[in-house]
Ligand binder design. Sequence first.
Ligand SMILES: [Zn+2]
Length: 143
Amino acid sequence: MIDARMVEGRILPVPDPISEPYWTATTRGELLIQYCSACDRFEFYPRPFCRQCAGELTWRPASGRGTVYSFTVVRQSRTPPFDQLVPYVVALVDLDEGPRMMTNIVDCDADSVAIGQRVAVDFAEEVEGVALPFFHPIEQSLS
Ligand SMILES: [Zn+2]
């Protein structure tokens, strides 16, 4: 089992006016991503306006599900606190809504993670007003 969640010494994100709704939602256990109604597409990471049309973005709840696009298993680290976490998985997850997100895959054997693996979000316990999103494997859907 791996658990790359909150450990003492982990550098936490500092919410700014643009990302504040995202980080407030994670403390409630909710994954919000931005949506452009003009382009009918989602954006991640939080931005002041749409990358395609420069239009306004609104916040929408994401399904919290996605697919591993790529990943690496970190087996050695001399950098605290990550030296306590090895081995851990750093992954790019394609959210079902479209955006690609860098995250950790947790609650599984690092060697069991695979490209194409279905994953779902979970949130680390809030520390200093921030809760980080992590993903864990879920059953493959037949539908
Ligand atoms: Zn747009």
